[in-house]
Ligand binder design. Structure first.
Ligand SMILES: Cc1ncc(COP(=O)(O)O)c(C=O)c1O
Length: 372
């Protein structure tokens, strides 16, 4: 990875001060509940090494990742943090968890039994999280597995269950009744088990009201500037800017076309600006003929297919010198937030962020020693 934007197609600028401000905003909103930080998938593509340290400095004490490998890397960066691994654990990796003091999220009875075995082997009450499924049907104890555990809660004696979690399926859809139904299911489930701290809300869940905060919330996307309330204005600060520049300006006329597959045909005279970013950088091919960029103070449409290293943009409305080679172009930025790029691509901000590739030059600003 280079940080020299002259050697790459685009510069990805990540605003660490905005990430820290987003964390503090959420933490204040949910206090006295704890605000954990979800930093899986390399902190949603923004660089877990740097971002997690910033979040820890902003006050985060508990972090979640998806995989053991991510947890091991995070442990090297944050020796003191509580680190949970959402995807549970494979019994033959148990020693890695113990050695790095990582907490698996126990997602099914087999994992609970294996963690109990590990506790016995180490003669310790090892810490873990417990996950109850309240409707995602992905991970977590099913209702019948919950009944079995409630009937025989012995594992709570062997394991230090630090919190009981569940995960909301539709919290980002303001009026979806499933969110309240999951919360009710979770409350009923908690009442059947030994009392432990409880955690339900992701980013969007935090904005569904105090009843969802319980003892700990687990935001991810909101920390990174995604809108946790898609039905309303985004309360979070943008954290990412992806900027590039024009490398060629081309004048075309009907009946010419542009790009692979000749998917866009010109009806008359037009001007095409070519930008050195493509799907190999993580700029989704789904943005072909649908996305836009920000150039010379306004939007310009992508025409033709996104190719591996290039996109082509219709700048017919601009004077030649306003779109000349070297003209700056934002692909994501203050005028073109991640959620809008995602909407154009028919996806979610999560996919745009986690797809930000290693080919971009990266610059972190707003941290100690800004810019770095
Ligand atoms: C179990 C769990 N909790 C919390 C989160 C964070 O969700 P969000 O990024 O929507 O805040 C995730 C992300 O997928 C998750 O899987």
């Amino acid at each position: 990875m280079t940080s020299d934007p002259r050697r790459t197609g685009a510069l990805l600028t990540i605003d660490l001060a905005a990430i820290a401000a987003n964390y503090r905003y959420l933490a204040e909103r949910v206090a006295p509940a704890e605000c954990a930080a979800v930093v899986k998938a390399d902190a949603y593509g923004l660089g877990a090494d740097i971002v997690a340290a910033v979040l820890a400095a902003a006050g985060a004490r508990t972090f979640f990742v998806a995989h053991l490998q991510e947890g091991l890397a995070l442990r090297r960066r944050l020796p003191q943090a509580r680190i949970g691994i959402f995807n549970g654990f494979a019994a033959d990796c148990g020693e890695d968890y113990v050695a790095a003091a990582l907490l698996p999220v126990l997602n099914h009875p087999g994992e609970i039994a294996d963690w109990v075995t590990l506790c016995r082997q180490h003669q310790k009450v090892l810490p873990a999280f417990l996950h109850l499924d309240t409707g995602m049907n992905r991970l977590g104890l099913t209702p019948s597995e919950l009944i079995d555990l409630a009937a025989d809660p012995a594992p709570f004696k062997s394991i230090d269950v630090q919190a009981i979690l569940s995960h909301l399926a539709c919290a980002d859809e303001g009026s979806n009744p499933m969110t309240a139904a999951q919360a009710a299911t979770f409350r009923n489930a908690l009442a059947r088990l030994p009392r432990r701290p409880a955690s339900l809300a992701n980013s969007a869940g935090i904005f569904r009201g105090r009843a969802y905060h319980l003892d700990m919330v687990r935001p991810g996307i909101a920390l990174y500037g995604g809108n946790p309330t898609p039905e309303a204005a985004n309360p979070m600060r943008h954290t990412v800017r992806l900027s590039s520049h024009v490398i060629q300006l081309r004048h075309v006329d009907s009946p010419q076309t542009v790009g692979y597959g000749a998917t866009h045909r010109f009806r008359g005279k037009a001007k095409i600006a070519t930008i050195p970013v493509g799907y190999a950088d993580g700029y989704l091919r789904a943005l072909s003929n649908r996305g836009k960029v920000w150039i010379a103070g306004g939007p310009a449409r992508i025409v033709g297919r996104v190719s591996m290293d290039l996109i082509t943009v219709d700048v017919s409305h601009l004077a030649d010198d306003a779109a000349a080679p070297g003209t700056p172009v934002d692909l994501i930025g203050p005028q073109l937030p991640v959620d809008e790029v995602a909407r154009d691509a028919g996806t979610v901000g999560y996919e745009i962020l986690t797809g930000l590739g290693p080919r971009y030059a990266r610059r972190y600003v707003g941290g100690d020693g800004d810019p770095c």
